[in-house]
Design a protein around this ligand. Structure first.
Ligand code: PLP
Length: 389
């Protein structure tokens, strides 16, 4: 059997390794110069004023919600077709979480479903404080329309762009916060660039940035302007909020900064792979990922959908056969509202039918920059075999 091919993996160069080693030999393993340098590199790339590195996207989502004032009695809505972290951040803050069903072509939050739900929620006095659109697989949601709804109904927008650094929306970099209050990136090894664990929150709003900076590090400030009284001395700091230790280390930031220099290369390699998949899968009983004309995807994932009516084998049989053939396919995502923890809030199968239909047919094929041509051919051969055609 050929080598195991995972669905995603990091790309680490000698230069990346040297960048981390340099930090190990330096005076600072954390809270040194590497973190602000990495933040600067991402902010500049995205064309946004403020960038705050954290130890994960999950932490960044939590702090973004807190900075926007989410608390008990508030509502947060997100997509059911996401990783659980996009929803859990609402629960961390004591808010109620609800979902908006997905679009049948992009698998992103449906704008028409969002609008319909807002009209109903306004009638019941239950409008959301925060909506978290998730740029699934790296493709931007329809942010212009979601912004229009945010202005009409008065909610804040956190873009969960964990899949999407390096992508564009209307020819502008995702993360520029033109349509969102805060954008979140993840740097987990399967994502577009990595810092091992790590995430970032970006915003164009100075006050939100300062609140997030405070919450990232225990709620402690050394800025005299933020203190309740004059400093006791030059050692002095004040805790003025209940924060966390969500900081990124300099080791991670050095890796991230080094990875940033290859970001565009990574994304174009992903596009070349996607074009090849599109071609080889064109005549198979599957639906390949559709790209909205307003978007240039980061292509974190390449999710296909089986056409069950044209197949004699089931979804899970195809999936298991691929795994048995050494292809590390995955499934993004199990609809969050069907998780036992969320069922306890009263959600049930059938609540978000488009996300559930998608889940019943989806398989994420291997997609990462170093995926070789022959390996990709192995994947499509294995898929044919798995579908028994
Ligand atoms: C990976 C991911 C997260 C969480 O990222 P971490 O950095 O692992 O905390 C959140 N949302 C989405 C959509 C993700 O894919």
């Amino acid at each position: 059997m050929a080598d195991y091919i995972p669905y995603g993996r990091q790309h680490i160069s000698e230069v990346d390794i040297q960048a981390v080693v340099e930090v190990l030999r330096s005076d600072w393993l954390t809270q040194g110069p590497a973190v602000p340098r990495f933040e600067q590199a991402v902010a500049q790339y995205c064309g946004v004023e403020h960038a705050l590195a954290m130890n994960s996207a999950t932490s960044a989502l939590h702090i973004a919600c807190l900075a926007l004032g989410l608390g008990q009695g508030d509502n947060l809505w997100t997509s059911p077709n996401t990783f659980v972290a996009s929803a859990n951040c609402g629960l961390y803050c004591g808010a109620q979480v609800d979902f908006v069903d997905i679009d049948s072509r992009t698998y992103n939050m449906s704008v028409s479903a969002l609008e319909a739900k807002l009209i109903e929620a306004e009638r019941q006095g239950q409008l959301p404080k925060i909506v978290i659109p998730v740029h699934f697989a790296g493709q931007s949601c329809e942010m212009k329309s979601i912004r229009t709804l945010a202005d009409r109904y008065g909610f804040k927008i956190i873009e969960d762009a964990s899949h999407a650094i390096g992508g564009k929306y209307l020819d502008q970099p995702i993360g520029n916060c033109r349509y969102a209050d805060i954008t979140i990136f993840s740097f987990h090894p399967v994502k577009i660039i990595t810092t091992a664990e790590g995430g970032m929150a970006l915003t164009g709003n100075a006050e939100l940035a300062s609140r997030m900076a405070l919450l990232r590090s225990h709620g402690i400030t050394r800025d005299p302007a933020q203190m309740t009284h004059e400093a006791d001395g030059s050692w002095y700091y004040q805790q003025i909020a209940l924060g966390y230790n969500y900081r990124m280390t300099d080791l991670q930031a050095a890796l991230g900064e080094s990875q940033m220099s290859r970001l565009d290369e990574f994304v174009s390699q992903r596009h070349a792979l996607a074009a090849q998949y599109d071609k080889s899968l064109a005549d198979m009983p599957v639906i390949t990922p559709w790209q909205h004309p307003d978007t240039y995807s980061g292509l974190h994932l390449y999710p296909i959908r089986l056409k069950p009516e044209e197949l004699s084998v089931s979804h899970s049989e195809v999936f298991d056969s691929l795994r048995a053939q050494g292809i590390g396919v995955n499934l993004h995502y199990i609809p969050v509202h069907t998780q036992p923890y969320y069922q306890a809030f009263g959600f049930k199968p059938g609540d978000f039918p488009e996300a559930e239909r998608y889940y019943a047919e989806a398989i994420s094929l291997p997609m990462y920059p170093a995926l070789a041509c022959e390996q990709q051919a192995c994947v499509t051969d294995a898929l044919l075999k798995a579908m028994q055609i």
